[in-house]
Design a binder for this molecule. Structure first.
Ligand code: GLA
Length: 342
C-alpha cells in the first residue's frame, strides 16, 4: 500500500539580539530565515527511513525502537527518534531531507530538523505545542537544556517580520523588518557543539543567580552588584541584554537602524566580556564587519562558542558575504515551519 505523500519545510533562525536570555525568562528579537530544512516523502506505518542530500548515511529505525535514542546512528537521527518518542507516533515515513542550513552554526539547524520531523510525523497540535515538542526533543536527543528561542522563531516566523519574544509568557510580537536593510550572516568556520559546550553550565549559573536576586530580566544594578565574581558578570549580561532588546525593538519600529546596530555591537561585547561565550574568530569577524561601510553593527548570534555572527547593514552594503569570511549569506525574514504541497 502506498502512503500519503507530504512535503514540509522548517526554516532556520537568526537572532538579531537577545542571546542567553530565553531560559532566564528574558527577551529576544529573532526572525526565521530563508535557509532551512525540507523533508519530502510518503508516510508509512511503524518505520522511519530518511535520506539526506548532504550526508551519505541514512537514518532508519522502527518506531517501537525509538525509545532507545542513544542507539540511533547516525547521530542526527537521534533528533528524529526523540521527536517520534515525544509524539508517540505510530506513523513514520520514507523521505529525503534537503538542507540549506549549515549545521552547528548558531542558525538552529537542530531545531529546524526537530520541527520539520514533527510535521513529517503528521503533528496536528497547536504551534506552541509544536515548539515545545522540539524543545523537549533537543533535551532527549543530545541533553541540551535549551530555552525556546529557536523553536518559537522557527514556528512563528513571518515573511518580512522580525519578532520580539518575551519568555516570561512566550508572548510574540511581530515587528516589520524595514526593506532597505540587509541581515548579513557570516560563518566563523568554527562548528559549535552545544552538548560539548558550556551551555548547561551558563544556564545553571543564571538559575543560581535568579534564586538569589529574583528574575534576571528585571534585575536592578543594585541587585546585580549584590552578587560577586563570575555570577555577577553572567547576571549582568542577562539583565543588560534584556534592556538592549527592549531598546532595539523600539528602534526597529522607529526605523532607526543606527541605534539597533549600536545595541547589537554592545550585545557582542557583553557576550564576550560578561558571558564569556565568544571566540577570537567571532570577535575578529565583528570588528571586520563594523569597519565595513554601511554596516550599523554586528554580534555573535545564538549560543556562541563558534558558529556565526550577524550584522545589520544598509541594503547592498555587502554584496558578497562569502568574500568576508569564506562562507556567508544575506538572509531575509521568512515564514515559519509549514506543510508545502506534496
Ligand atoms: C541556543 C539555544 C537557545 C538559546 C540560544 C542562546 O540556540 O538553543 O535556546 O538559549 O542558544 O540565546
Amino acid at each position: 500500500m502506498t502512503g500519503t505523500a507530504f512535503t514540509v519545510h522548517a526554516p532556520g533562525r537568526v537572532n538579531l539580539i537577545g542571546d542567553h536570555t530565553d531560559y532566564a525568562g528574558g527577551l529576544a528579537l529573532p526572525c526565521a530565515i530563508d535557509l532551512g530544512i525540507t523533508i519530502s516523502g510518503t508516510h508509512q506505518q511503524g518505520r522511519v527511513e530518511l535520506r539526506s542530500d548532504a550526508l551519505a548515511d541514512i537514518v532508519a529505525f522502527d518506531l517501537d525502537a525509538a525509545s532507545n535514542i542513544a542507539s540511533i546512528q547516525p547521530q542526527w537521527g537521534r533528533y528524529i527518534a526523540a521527536v517520534a518518542q515525544e509524539l508517540k507516533s505510530a506513523q513514520g515515513f520514507t523521505a529525503s531531507v534537503i538542507s540549506t542550513l549549515p549545521t552547528g552554526a548558531g542558525l538552529s539547524s537542530s531545531a529546524a530538523l526537530e520541527i520539520a520531523s514533527a510535521l513529517s510525523f503528521g503533528f496536528a497540535g497547536s504551534p506552541m505545542d509544536l515548539a515545545l515538542v522540539g524543545q523537549r526533543a533537543e533535551l532527549a536527543a543530545v541533553g541540551v537544556p535549551c530555552g525556546l528561542l529557536d523553536q518559537l522563531s522557527i514556528v512563528f516566523g513571518r515573511a518580512g517580520y522580525a519578532m520580539v519574544i518575551d519568555f516570561t509568557d512566550n508572548a510574540i510580537e511581530h515587528v516589520a523588518f524595514p526593506d532597505d536593510l540587509d541581515i548579513v550572516v557570516l560563518h566563523s568556520g568554527q562548528e559549535r557543539e552545544l552538548a560539548d559546550s558550556q551551555y548547561a553550565e551558563r544556564r545553571a549559573m543564571c538559575e543560581l543567580a535568579a534564586e538569589r536576586i529574583g528574575p534576571l530580566a528585571s534585575a536592578s544594578t543594585t541587585d546585580i552588584n549584590s552578587l560577586t565574581g563570575v555570577m555577577q558578570s553572567r547576571a549582568r549580561h542577562v539583565a543588560s541584554e534584556c534592556e538592549r532588546v527592549r531598546q532595539a525593538a523600539v528602534a526597529l519600529r522607529d526605523n532607526d537602524p543606527t541605534t539597533v546596530g549600536q545595541l547589537m555591537t554592545q550585545s557582542h561585547a557583553s557576550l564576550r566580556d560578561d558571558f564569556d561565550v565568544s571566540t577570537s574568530v567571532l570577535d575578529e569577524l565583528v570588528e571586520r564587519l563594523n569597519s565595513t561601510p554601511g554596516v550599523y553593527g554586528s554580534r555573535l548570534t545564538g549560543a556562541g562558542f563558534g558558529g556565526c555572527v550577524v550584522a545589520l547593514s544598509e541594503r547592498g552594503a555587502i554584496s558578497d558575504p562569502n568574500a568576508l569570511s569564506g562562507r556567508g549569506w544575506i538572509v531575509h525574514p521568512s515564514d515559519g515551519a509549514r506543510q508545502l504541497a506534496p
